[in-house]
Design a protein around this ligand. Structure first.
Ligand SMILES: [Fe+2]
Length: 440
């Protein structure tokens, strides 16, 4: 008797909830298992991948068409429209389609410029440039003797932005694009509570020559295919039912382990983001994305095709950022798009799975200054990391996702516990102040 695809037993996937010791053997094993699982659902890997390609190609065609019409590829919204709830259905649809956003006037221009000056004052007062010993990792590199990325986490400017109502408004808006509560009523994260993920500052001076940062994505490395939680999160891809894959479904992503490494992000971020502290033109070495949120489907299935060596995941290794290369993913480059010109006070956001890069620049015009502030909503994974964040905040240390540089421990003018408002306290997992009247 021949069994139909529905009747055949579906093989389960082996999983490694810590980095496997023999990586090549584990890669071979998971690739065999993924192919068997996809085939048990009635499709070859080639057929499943072709369906993904078709979906991605449709997105690329839409981007090409917008480009030809001279339309902005990146969605752009005014902060005031987000705050007033007047974003139109068409604007929402474009954001969902592109997975990225520029928020104009997220903060008043002068406010952002003042924050930039505050940061300079903070680092100079504390003799940062005299004591700086070089990059703690080689993830971004540095330019000349002064750093480009400042390992500074606890300035007044950063914390005031992180705990501001304006930031909370945009984060809630962006989180609302995700299916944070599923049809069974499981809430995967709280869209209206951010976990205050501390990240660094970039200040790139005029005249900079920078080689930029290659195309990559942030959410993980080999763990994206190897931990049980990620296998559940990407269940539709790993069963070949790629049409059912939804890049806005956070199910099983907001808990579970990640493989350690200097490039890891312990938090679940719905969107990565930064707030501009200087005006930046789109041709001055700025952020680019492949504005296709479902591109993770392409990246995760591509290594299963027969032209990729059996022990290779298209260059993905633990402890190195997930690379996207012309060798394995050439078609995706066609969609690579810079942000539009931005001004100090605008913010820039991109779906956590999206491919992005920073373009090279020679003799940069003007400053290129940003504070990295993502949307990292409250969920088990972020609650767990919040304990590390609280400790780092209290002692002025570098958070545990970052190199152990700890410059700010002895600095004057650091943001302090008593300066936290209720949003900041909630973000750090601290109890409400007894005298507070704010509704939680
Ligand atoms: Fe990145």
């Amino acid at each position: 008797m021949t069994l139909t695809a529905e009747q055949r037993p579906v093989p389960s996937l082996p999983h490694w909830n810590q980095t496997p010791e023999d990586i090549a053997a584990a890669v071979r094993e998971i690739k065999r298992a993924l192919r068997a699982r996809i085939e048990a659902h009635g499709r070859t890997v080639e057929q499943a991948f072709a369906a993904v390609e078709e979906r991605v190609w449709a997105r690329i065609a839409e981007i090409d068409a917008d480009r030809e019409r001279g339309e902005e590829i990146w969605p752009v919204l005014d902060y005031d429209a987000i705050a007033a709830g007047t974003v139109s259905p068409a604007e929402r649809a474009k954001l969902e389609q592109r997975g990225c956003l520029v928020v104009r006037g997220h903060f008043p221009h002068e406010q952002a410029r003042a924050w930039d000056r505050d940061i300079v004052d903070y680092v100079e007062r504390n003799e940062f440039f005299e004591t700086y010993t070089g990059p703690g990792d080689d993830f971004f590199g540095s330019v000349g003797s002064k750093p480009e990325i400042y390992p500074v986490y606890w300035s007044q400017a950063q914390m005031r932005a992180r705990q501001s109502d304006r930031m909370a408004t945009v984060q809630s808006f962006l989180n609302s694009f995700w299916k944070h509560t599923d049809d069974e009523g499981t809430q995967w994260f709280d869209p209206d509570r951010d976990a205050l993920y501390p990240d660094r500052i970039r200040r790139r001076p005029p005249g900079t020559d920078s080689s930029g940062l290659g195309t990559h994505c942030d959410p993980g490395t080999l763990d994206l295919r190897m931990t049980q939680e990620y296998q559940r999160a990407f269940r539709h891809l790993f069963s070949g039912q790629v049409e059912r894959y939804d890049p806005w479904d956070p199910a099983h992503r907001t808990d579970g382990p990640q493989y350690p490494g200097s490039t890891m992000c312990s938090a679940f971020r719905t969107f990565q983001g930064w707030t501009a502290l200087s005006d930046m033109d789109a041709d001055q070495g700025v952020l680019h994305t492949v504005p296709i949120p479902e591109v993770m489907a392409y990246l995760l299935l591509r290594p299963l095709l027969p032209d990729v060596p059996e022990d290779s995941m298209c260059g993905v290794r633990p402890n190195q950022v997930f690379p996207v290369t012309k060798r394995w993913h050439p078609v995706l480059y066609r969609a690579l798009t810079p942000i539009p010109d931005v001004r100090a006070g605008d913010s820039v956001w991109w779906h956590c799975d999206m491919i992005h890069s920073v373009a090279p620049v020679e003799n940069q015009k003007g400053w290129g200054n940003v504070m990295y502030i993502p949307a990292a909503p409250w969920c088990p994974r972020n609650e767990k990391y919040a304990a590390d964040v609280r400790e780092a905040f209290t002692t002025g240390s570098s958070p545990s996702d970052f190199p152990e540089e700890h410059y700010e421990r002895s600095w004057n003018g650091r943001f302090t516990l008593d300066q936290l408002n209720e949003t900041g306290r909630r973000g750090l997992g601290l109890p409400r102040r007894p005298d507070s009247t704010t509704v939680m």
